[in-house]
Design a protein around this ligand. Structure first.
Ligand SMILES: *[C@@H]1O[C@H](CO)[C@@H](O)[C@H](O)[C@H]1NC(C)=O
Ligand SMILES: *[C@@H]1O[C@H](CO)[C@@H](O)[C@H](O)[C@H]1NC(C)=O
Length: 363
Protein backbone atom coordinates (compact mmCIF):
# COMPACT_ATOMS: atom_id res chain seq x y z
CA UNK A 1 0.00 0.00 0.00
CA UNK A 2 1.45 3.35 -1.01
CA UNK A 3 1.66 6.34 1.27
CA UNK A 4 -1.09 8.20 -0.59
CA UNK A 5 -3.38 5.17 -0.31
CA UNK A 6 -2.74 5.08 3.41
CA UNK A 7 -3.50 8.76 3.72
CA UNK A 8 -6.72 8.54 1.74
CA UNK A 9 -7.79 5.49 3.76
CA UNK A 10 -7.13 7.45 6.94
CA UNK A 11 -9.14 10.42 5.75
CA UNK A 12 -11.81 8.12 4.40
CA UNK A 13 -12.25 6.59 7.84
CA UNK A 14 -12.19 10.02 9.41
CA UNK A 15 -14.85 11.08 6.95
CA UNK A 16 -17.07 8.10 7.73
CA UNK A 17 -16.63 8.71 11.43
CA UNK A 18 -17.39 12.40 11.24
CA UNK A 19 -20.08 12.39 8.53
CA UNK A 20 -21.35 8.84 8.32
CA UNK A 21 -23.61 8.95 11.35
CA UNK A 22 -24.10 12.62 10.91
CA UNK A 23 -25.76 15.08 13.16
CA UNK A 24 -28.27 17.32 11.37
CA UNK A 25 -25.70 20.00 10.51
CA UNK A 26 -23.33 17.50 8.87
CA UNK A 27 -26.25 16.16 6.86
CA UNK A 28 -26.96 19.66 5.62
CA UNK A 29 -23.28 20.00 4.68
CA UNK A 30 -23.43 16.76 2.67
CA UNK A 31 -26.33 18.15 0.66
CA UNK A 32 -24.55 21.42 -0.06
CA UNK A 33 -21.46 19.48 -1.18
CA UNK A 34 -23.69 17.49 -3.51
CA UNK A 35 -25.36 20.65 -4.86
CA UNK A 36 -21.95 22.17 -5.53
CA UNK A 37 -20.92 19.05 -7.43
CA UNK A 38 -24.04 19.18 -9.58
CA UNK A 39 -23.60 22.91 -10.26
CA UNK A 40 -20.05 22.33 -11.42
CA UNK A 41 -21.10 19.25 -13.35
CA UNK A 42 -23.62 21.36 -15.27
CA UNK A 43 -20.96 23.98 -15.98
CA UNK A 44 -18.56 21.29 -17.18
CA UNK A 45 -21.31 19.82 -19.32
CA UNK A 46 -21.84 23.16 -21.05
CA UNK A 47 -18.16 23.85 -21.44
CA UNK A 48 -17.43 20.55 -23.10
CA UNK A 49 -20.43 21.01 -25.39
CA UNK A 50 -19.24 24.41 -26.60
CA UNK A 51 -15.67 23.28 -26.97
CA UNK A 52 -16.68 20.59 -29.42
CA UNK A 53 -19.19 22.34 -31.60
CA UNK A 54 -16.88 24.74 -33.35
CA UNK A 55 -18.61 24.32 -36.71
CA UNK A 56 -17.09 23.53 -40.07
CA UNK A 57 -16.65 19.90 -39.21
CA UNK A 58 -16.27 17.25 -41.82
CA UNK A 59 -18.68 14.37 -41.82
CA UNK A 60 -15.98 12.27 -40.20
CA UNK A 61 -15.51 14.84 -37.43
CA UNK A 62 -19.26 15.12 -36.94
CA UNK A 63 -19.46 11.43 -36.26
CA UNK A 64 -16.46 11.51 -34.00
CA UNK A 65 -17.84 14.51 -32.08
CA UNK A 66 -21.31 13.13 -31.68
CA UNK A 67 -19.59 10.11 -30.30
CA UNK A 68 -17.62 12.35 -27.94
CA UNK A 69 -20.85 13.96 -26.85
CA UNK A 70 -21.95 10.80 -25.05
CA UNK A 71 -18.51 9.36 -24.45
CA UNK A 72 -16.84 8.26 -21.27
CA UNK A 73 -14.00 10.64 -22.16
CA UNK A 74 -16.37 13.59 -21.86
CA UNK A 75 -17.80 12.31 -18.58
CA UNK A 76 -14.31 11.94 -17.15
CA UNK A 77 -13.43 15.45 -18.34
CA UNK A 78 -16.51 16.86 -16.63
CA UNK A 79 -15.94 14.94 -13.41
CA UNK A 80 -12.32 16.11 -13.26
CA UNK A 81 -13.58 19.68 -13.01
CA UNK A 82 -16.28 19.36 -10.38
CA UNK A 83 -14.13 19.64 -7.22
CA UNK A 84 -11.45 21.99 -6.02
CA UNK A 85 -8.46 19.77 -5.37
CA UNK A 86 -8.43 21.09 -1.80
CA UNK A 87 -12.01 20.07 -1.04
CA UNK A 88 -11.83 16.73 0.68
CA UNK A 89 -15.59 16.32 1.07
CA UNK A 90 -16.21 16.99 -2.62
CA UNK A 91 -13.50 14.66 -3.93
CA UNK A 92 -14.58 11.97 -1.53
CA UNK A 93 -18.21 12.15 -2.63
CA UNK A 94 -17.31 12.01 -6.33
CA UNK A 95 -14.90 9.10 -5.86
CA UNK A 96 -17.31 7.18 -3.70
CA UNK A 97 -20.13 7.50 -6.22
CA UNK A 98 -18.26 7.42 -9.49
CA UNK A 99 -20.25 4.44 -10.76
CA UNK A 100 -23.51 6.34 -10.17
CA UNK A 101 -22.32 9.08 -12.46
CA UNK A 102 -21.53 6.46 -15.08
CA UNK A 103 -24.92 4.83 -14.69
CA UNK A 104 -26.64 8.18 -15.11
CA UNK A 105 -24.44 9.23 -18.00
CA UNK A 106 -25.02 6.05 -20.03
CA UNK A 107 -28.45 4.87 -18.90
CA UNK A 108 -30.52 7.47 -17.02
CA UNK A 109 -29.68 10.82 -18.54
CA UNK A 110 -32.60 10.83 -20.99
CA UNK A 111 -35.26 9.66 -18.57
CA UNK A 112 -33.94 11.65 -15.58
CA UNK A 113 -32.38 14.82 -16.96
CA UNK A 114 -32.36 16.53 -13.53
CA UNK A 115 -29.09 15.22 -12.14
CA UNK A 116 -29.53 16.93 -8.75
CA UNK A 117 -32.84 15.18 -8.27
CA UNK A 118 -31.62 11.82 -9.51
CA UNK A 119 -28.22 11.84 -7.81
CA UNK A 120 -28.45 13.96 -4.62
CA UNK A 121 -32.07 13.26 -3.66
CA UNK A 122 -33.02 9.86 -5.04
CA UNK A 123 -29.77 7.93 -5.35
CA UNK A 124 -27.30 8.89 -2.64
CA UNK A 125 -30.03 10.42 -0.43
CA UNK A 126 -28.17 13.48 0.87
CA UNK A 127 -30.75 16.08 -0.23
CA UNK A 128 -34.54 16.38 -0.16
CA UNK A 129 -36.97 18.10 -2.53
CA UNK A 130 -37.55 21.81 -1.85
CA UNK A 131 -39.80 22.47 1.13
CA UNK A 132 -38.89 19.20 2.85
CA UNK A 133 -36.15 18.23 5.31
CA UNK A 134 -34.67 15.43 7.40
CA UNK A 135 -33.90 11.75 6.82
CA UNK A 136 -37.37 11.05 5.42
CA UNK A 137 -37.89 14.34 3.59
CA UNK A 138 -40.86 15.44 5.71
CA UNK A 139 -42.65 18.69 4.98
CA UNK A 140 -41.32 21.86 6.57
CA UNK A 141 -43.45 23.68 9.15
CA UNK A 142 -46.16 25.43 7.16
CA UNK A 143 -46.05 22.85 4.36
CA UNK A 144 -43.66 22.12 1.51
CA UNK A 145 -45.43 24.48 -0.89
CA UNK A 146 -44.80 27.62 1.16
CA UNK A 147 -42.54 26.69 4.08
CA UNK A 148 -43.04 28.98 7.08
CA UNK A 149 -45.97 30.51 5.14
CA UNK A 150 -43.52 32.44 3.03
CA UNK A 151 -42.36 34.49 6.03
CA UNK A 152 -39.28 32.57 7.13
CA UNK A 153 -36.66 29.94 6.45
CA UNK A 154 -37.24 26.25 7.20
CA UNK A 155 -34.30 24.69 9.04
CA UNK A 156 -32.71 22.05 6.80
CA UNK A 157 -34.90 22.92 3.80
CA UNK A 158 -33.92 20.69 0.88
CA UNK A 159 -31.46 18.58 2.91
CA UNK A 160 -31.54 15.34 4.89
CA UNK A 161 -30.73 17.38 8.02
CA UNK A 162 -32.36 20.16 9.99
CA UNK A 163 -35.39 20.31 12.22
CA UNK A 164 -37.95 21.68 9.78
CA UNK A 165 -38.65 24.57 12.17
CA UNK A 166 -38.95 28.15 11.04
CA UNK A 167 -36.65 31.09 11.50
CA UNK A 168 -38.98 33.97 10.75
CA UNK A 169 -38.11 36.97 8.60
CA UNK A 170 -37.95 40.39 10.32
CA UNK A 171 -41.44 41.50 11.31
CA UNK A 172 -42.77 37.98 11.86
CA UNK A 173 -42.76 35.61 14.79
CA UNK A 174 -44.35 32.46 16.18
CA UNK A 175 -43.92 28.82 15.23
CA UNK A 176 -45.65 29.39 11.89
CA UNK A 177 -44.37 32.91 11.17
CA UNK A 178 -47.97 34.13 10.99
CA UNK A 179 -47.78 36.53 13.96
CA UNK A 180 -46.45 40.06 13.78
CA UNK A 181 -43.35 40.95 15.78
CA UNK A 182 -43.11 43.96 18.06
CA UNK A 183 -43.38 47.28 16.22
CA UNK A 184 -45.22 45.59 13.32
CA UNK A 185 -48.95 45.42 12.65
CA UNK A 186 -51.04 42.94 10.69
CA UNK A 187 -52.14 44.23 7.31
CA UNK A 188 -53.73 40.97 6.22
CA UNK A 189 -54.10 37.57 7.86
CA UNK A 190 -55.86 34.22 7.51
CA UNK A 191 -54.95 30.64 8.50
CA UNK A 192 -52.23 30.32 5.88
CA UNK A 193 -51.25 33.83 4.99
CA UNK A 194 -49.96 36.78 6.96
CA UNK A 195 -48.66 40.20 5.93
CA UNK A 196 -47.06 42.33 8.66
CA UNK A 197 -45.92 45.90 8.18
CA UNK A 198 -43.74 48.19 10.26
CA UNK A 199 -45.36 50.68 12.63
CA UNK A 200 -44.68 54.41 12.32
CA UNK A 201 -41.35 55.29 13.96
CA UNK A 202 -43.18 57.08 16.77
CA UNK A 203 -45.00 53.94 18.03
CA UNK A 204 -44.06 50.93 20.12
CA UNK A 205 -47.21 49.03 19.20
CA UNK A 206 -49.78 49.99 16.63
CA UNK A 207 -52.80 49.00 14.60
CA UNK A 208 -51.89 50.79 11.37
CA UNK A 209 -49.22 52.65 9.45
CA UNK A 210 -49.48 56.27 10.67
CA UNK A 211 -48.57 58.04 13.91
CA UNK A 212 -52.30 58.20 14.68
CA UNK A 213 -52.45 54.39 14.79
CA UNK A 214 -50.07 54.00 17.73
CA UNK A 215 -51.32 52.11 20.76
CA UNK A 216 -48.31 53.48 22.65
CA UNK A 217 -45.82 56.22 21.90
CA UNK A 218 -42.11 55.43 21.90
CA UNK A 219 -39.67 57.13 24.29
CA UNK A 220 -39.05 60.66 23.05
CA UNK A 221 -42.58 61.00 21.65
CA UNK A 222 -45.83 62.13 23.23
CA UNK A 223 -49.47 62.24 22.26
CA UNK A 224 -50.73 65.51 20.84
CA UNK A 225 -54.31 66.85 20.90
CA UNK A 226 -55.32 64.57 18.05
CA UNK A 227 -53.91 61.50 19.83
CA UNK A 228 -51.07 61.22 17.34
CA UNK A 229 -47.55 60.47 18.63
CA UNK A 230 -45.25 63.41 17.90
CA UNK A 231 -41.60 64.07 18.64
CA UNK A 232 -40.78 65.83 21.91
CA UNK A 233 -38.54 68.89 21.36
CA UNK A 234 -36.12 68.30 24.23
CA UNK A 235 -34.16 71.44 23.25
CA UNK A 236 -36.99 73.74 24.30
CA UNK A 237 -37.07 72.26 27.79
CA UNK A 238 -36.50 74.45 30.79
CA UNK A 239 -33.77 74.16 31.94
CA UNK A 240 -32.17 73.33 28.57
CA UNK A 241 -30.65 69.86 28.43
CA UNK A 242 -27.17 70.88 27.17
CA UNK A 243 -24.22 72.48 28.99
CA UNK A 244 -23.25 76.18 28.79
CA UNK A 245 -20.84 75.97 25.87
CA UNK A 246 -22.93 73.47 23.93
CA UNK A 247 -25.87 73.85 21.58
CA UNK A 248 -28.84 71.51 21.36
CA UNK A 249 -30.09 69.73 18.23
CA UNK A 250 -33.48 68.08 18.32
CA UNK A 251 -33.69 64.74 16.49
CA UNK A 252 -36.51 62.28 15.83
CA UNK A 253 -37.21 60.75 19.23
CA UNK A 254 -34.16 62.27 20.87
CA UNK A 255 -31.69 65.19 20.87
CA UNK A 256 -27.95 65.80 20.88
CA UNK A 257 -25.54 68.32 22.43
CA UNK A 258 -22.57 69.67 20.48
CA UNK A 259 -19.70 71.90 21.58
CA UNK A 260 -19.88 75.55 20.45
CA UNK A 261 -17.27 77.08 18.15
CA UNK A 262 -14.23 78.24 20.11
CA UNK A 263 -15.00 81.85 19.09
CA UNK A 264 -18.29 81.74 21.04
CA UNK A 265 -18.89 82.06 24.77
CA UNK A 266 -22.31 80.47 24.26
CA UNK A 267 -24.22 79.55 21.08
CA UNK A 268 -27.42 78.39 19.43
CA UNK A 269 -25.77 76.44 16.61
CA UNK A 270 -22.51 75.51 14.91
CA UNK A 271 -19.85 77.97 13.69
CA UNK A 272 -18.90 81.56 14.68
CA UNK A 273 -22.16 82.94 13.21
CA UNK A 274 -24.36 81.27 15.83
CA UNK A 275 -22.74 82.72 18.96
CA UNK A 276 -24.91 84.22 21.68
CA UNK A 277 -21.87 86.16 22.90
CA UNK A 278 -18.30 86.17 21.63
CA UNK A 279 -15.45 84.53 23.54
CA UNK A 280 -12.72 86.77 24.96
CA UNK A 281 -10.41 88.11 22.26
CA UNK A 282 -13.22 88.04 19.69
CA UNK A 283 -15.74 90.67 18.69
CA UNK A 284 -19.07 90.59 16.89
CA UNK A 285 -18.60 91.69 13.30
CA UNK A 286 -21.85 91.60 11.33
CA UNK A 287 -23.15 88.68 13.33
CA UNK A 288 -19.94 86.65 13.26
CA UNK A 289 -17.44 86.48 16.10
CA UNK A 290 -14.09 87.56 14.66
CA UNK A 291 -10.62 87.71 16.14
CA UNK A 292 -9.66 91.07 17.65
CA UNK A 293 -6.28 92.22 16.26
CA UNK A 294 -4.83 93.56 19.50
CA UNK A 295 -1.72 94.76 17.66
CA UNK A 296 -3.81 97.28 15.71
CA UNK A 297 -5.54 98.79 18.76
CA UNK A 298 -5.05 102.56 19.21
CA UNK A 299 -3.31 101.93 22.52
CA UNK A 300 -0.21 99.82 21.91
CA UNK A 301 -0.30 96.59 23.90
CA UNK A 302 3.42 95.78 23.70
CA UNK A 303 5.00 98.70 25.47
CA UNK A 304 8.49 97.51 26.38
CA UNK A 305 11.38 98.80 24.36
CA UNK A 306 12.35 96.87 21.20
CA UNK A 307 9.26 94.70 21.36
CA UNK A 308 6.95 93.80 18.54
CA UNK A 309 3.35 92.64 18.72
CA UNK A 310 2.12 89.40 17.11
CA UNK A 311 -1.60 88.81 16.80
CA UNK A 312 -2.95 85.32 17.57
CA UNK A 313 -6.39 83.76 17.55
CA UNK A 314 -8.20 85.20 20.55
CA UNK A 315 -5.05 86.85 21.89
CA UNK A 316 -1.63 88.30 21.01
CA UNK A 317 1.99 88.02 22.11
CA UNK A 318 4.82 90.45 22.65
CA UNK A 319 8.23 89.32 21.44
CA UNK A 320 11.61 90.87 20.91
CA UNK A 321 11.97 92.63 17.58
CA UNK A 322 14.31 91.17 14.95
CA UNK A 323 17.91 91.49 16.00
CA UNK A 324 17.04 91.62 19.68
CA UNK A 325 16.97 88.88 22.28
CA UNK A 326 15.53 88.45 25.70
CA UNK A 327 18.05 89.09 28.41
CA UNK A 328 17.14 89.60 32.05
CA UNK A 329 13.51 90.25 31.10
CA UNK A 330 14.22 92.93 28.54
CA UNK A 331 15.01 92.92 24.84
CA UNK A 332 18.64 93.71 24.13
CA UNK A 333 20.62 93.86 20.93
CA UNK A 334 21.78 90.39 19.92
CA UNK A 335 25.47 89.63 20.45
CA UNK A 336 27.21 89.78 17.01
CA UNK A 337 24.00 90.79 15.33
CA UNK A 338 26.04 93.27 13.32
CA UNK A 339 27.91 90.42 11.57
CA UNK A 340 24.82 88.45 10.79
CA UNK A 341 22.52 91.28 9.81
CA UNK A 342 20.92 89.22 7.12
CA UNK A 343 21.12 85.92 8.99
CA UNK A 344 19.53 82.79 7.52
CA UNK A 345 15.74 82.81 7.57
CA UNK A 346 15.36 79.53 9.45
CA UNK A 347 17.01 81.10 12.50
CA UNK A 348 14.32 83.71 12.84
CA UNK A 349 11.73 81.06 13.85
CA UNK A 350 13.96 79.89 16.71
CA UNK A 351 14.66 83.45 17.77
CA UNK A 352 11.00 84.31 17.80
CA UNK A 353 10.03 81.46 20.10
CA UNK A 354 12.97 82.09 22.41
CA UNK A 355 12.32 85.76 22.52
CA UNK A 356 8.69 85.79 23.53
CA UNK A 357 8.46 87.95 26.60
CA UNK A 358 4.83 87.77 27.41
CA UNK A 359 2.06 85.65 26.05
CA UNK A 360 -1.45 86.82 26.71
CA UNK A 361 -3.97 84.03 26.81
CA UNK A 362 -6.58 85.78 28.90
CA UNK A 363 -6.61 89.40 27.95
C1 LIG B 1 -55.57 33.80 2.61
O1 LIG B 1 -55.18 35.04 2.01
C2 LIG B 1 -54.42 34.88 0.83
C3 LIG B 1 -53.97 36.26 0.38
O2 LIG B 1 -55.02 37.15 0.32
C4 LIG B 1 -55.25 34.17 -0.23
O3 LIG B 1 -54.49 33.99 -1.39
C5 LIG B 1 -55.68 32.81 0.33
O4 LIG B 1 -56.55 32.17 -0.59
C6 LIG B 1 -56.39 32.96 1.67
N1 LIG B 1 -56.63 31.64 2.24
C7 LIG B 1 -57.72 31.33 2.90
C8 LIG B 1 -57.78 29.96 3.45
O5 LIG B 1 -58.64 32.12 3.03
C1 LIG C 1 -7.12 80.97 13.75
O1 LIG C 1 -8.22 80.08 13.72
C2 LIG C 1 -8.65 79.76 12.41
C3 LIG C 1 -9.90 78.96 12.50
O2 LIG C 1 -9.93 78.18 13.66
C4 LIG C 1 -7.52 79.06 11.68
O3 LIG C 1 -7.93 78.73 10.36
C5 LIG C 1 -6.31 79.95 11.65
O4 LIG C 1 -5.25 79.27 11.04
C6 LIG C 1 -5.93 80.37 13.03
N1 LIG C 1 -4.86 81.36 12.95
C7 LIG C 1 -3.82 81.33 13.77
C8 LIG C 1 -2.86 82.45 13.58
O5 LIG C 1 -3.67 80.47 14.63
Amino acid sequence: MSLSDTISLFFGLLFVLSFGYGNPKDLEALCSTCKQIIDNFDKGFEKTARKNFGGGNTAWEERKLSKYETSEIRLVEILEGVCESSSFECNHMVEEHEEHFETWWFKRKTKHPDLHKWFCIETINVCCPKGTFGPDCNSCVGGSERPCHGNGRCDGDGTRGGSGKCTCDPGYEGEFCLDCAERYYSEEKNDTFSLCKECHSSCTTCTGATNKDCSDCRDGYQEDDEEACIDIDECSRDPPPCKDKEYCSNTDGSYSCNVCDSRCAGCKGPGPGNCLTCAEGYKDEEGTCTDVDECELPDAVCTEENQECVNTNGSYKCQCARGYEKYDGVCVQQAGSDDRQEGPAEDSEDLKSENILTEHQDL
